[in-house]
Design a protein around this ligand. Structure first.
Ligand code: COI
Length: 354
């Protein structure tokens, strides 16, 4: 056992690092050796500890298993060209994690536990941060309600954990998407803006149906009129229309994406006009008819940026060129450059581990 000021560390004797096939980092395949665990019990967060990655033991009547009080974040650590490790925008992720906790009536993890825990965990599992282009250590902080009671109530006990694992790109190639007008991901006043498990589970059925029809993902529309584009699968949606970068604005039904925010900031710094505004299905059809739409893509932590090669609207297929000389690729290259230290980090997004 080793002690830092606040975090007890119990190191594994059975590292699985040697089992990793670094040339095939399928998303979610590998878990790094350690995890951070911190319990909220009797009205207070206890001291966090770092322990070997292992199963949890939960009562069958644990609240989160029944009523979905679970939230998570998805973030990444990168291997810089000078070999140091940097975590990308942890503050921004923490702020969203707090908002998710509040929306789901869960206890907010204090900033110090989140930041120090993250820092110590990634330092300990530093050897798990890959260095190949496009790869990263994906970090998954999450909180589950742990009160063991079937009563339909706000839990009085929680467990905060951070696990991680090396990943390549979520999507290897451009995707085709179906504009979904029957099922909705989120509606006004719902939980779309929170990163809660239910949002993802509820998306499985419509996504499965879209896949049966030959698409890779769905392009969600709003829950009121099914007229406006919301998100693209598990990513935020972006379009290039009339040479402007257009993205539906964050709202209570659209997740405030960290990659989305980074792309918008970088685009503005590149002198590209950015419009955060609703994009209707009619506008998309018009822009295809008039040839004013030149790109569509999804952005997210896991996927970074994934070009959309085809949009299906009411069974009509609209094709898009997927080329290297695109705004999506330009911004992705900038972001990759910043995260690996090849381009100056003028926005102070990299938090270096020291
Ligand atoms: C992410 O991009 O981090 C996500 O949360 C999407 C998905 C992998 C759940």
């Amino acid at each position: 056992m080793e002690m830092t000021e606040t975090i007890r560390i119990h190191k594994t004797n059975h590292s699985t690092l040697a089992d990793v096939d670094w040339s095939n980092l399928e998303f979610g395949k590998y878990n790094a050796d350690h995890m951070l665990v911190c319990d909220f019990l009797n009205g207070a967060w206890e001291s966090p500890k770092i322990i070997p990655f292992a199963n949890l033991s939960l009562s069958p009547v644990t609240l989160s298993l029944h009523y979905g009080q679970t939230i998570f974040e998805g973030m990444k650590a990168f291997r810089m060209i000078d070999k140091r490790i940097s975590i990308f925008r942890p503050e921004k992720h923490y702020e969203r994690f707090v908002r998710s906790a509040e929306r789901m009536c869960m206890e907010v993890i204090p900033r110090e536990i989140f930041m120090e825990g993250l820092h110590e965990l990634i330092k300990l599992d530093g050897a798990w941060v890959p260095s190949a282009a496009g790869s990263a250590l994906y970090i998954r902080p999450f909180i589950i309600a742990t009160e063991a009671k079937l009563g339909v109530k706000i839990s009085e006990a929680y467990k905060f954990l951070i696990v991680s694992g090396p990943v390549g790109s979520l999507y290897q190639k451009p995707i085709s998407v179906k504009v979904e007008t029957k099922f909705v991901r989120a509606s006004r006043g719902g939980t779309g803006c929170a990163k809660c498990g239910g949002n993802y589970g509820a998306a499985f059925y419509p996504t499965k149906k879209a896949r049966e029809q030959g698409y890779d993902q769905v392009l969600w529309t709003d829950g009121k009129e099914n007229k406006y584009i919301e998100e693209s699968g598990t990513m935020n949606a972006m379009f290039v229309i009339d040479n402007k970068l257009v993205s539906p604005p964050s709202s209570d039904s659209i997740l405030d994406g960290v990659t989305r925010d980074s792309f918008i900031t970088l685009a503005k710094q590149e002198g590209i006009t950015v419009e955060e505004r609703p994009v209707s299905i009619d506008e998309l059809k018009r822009s295809f008819r008039d040839n004013t739409i030149t790109e569509a893509f999804g952005v997210g932590t896991a996927a970074v940026a994934t070009q959309i090669k085809l949009i299906g609207i009411d069974n009509v297929h609209y094709n898009l060129p997927t080329k290297k000389e695109s705004i999506a690729e330009l911004l992705k290259a900038k972001l990759d450059g910043i995260r690996t230290g090849k381009i100056p980090d003028v926005n102070n997004w990299n938090k270096l581990l020291i």
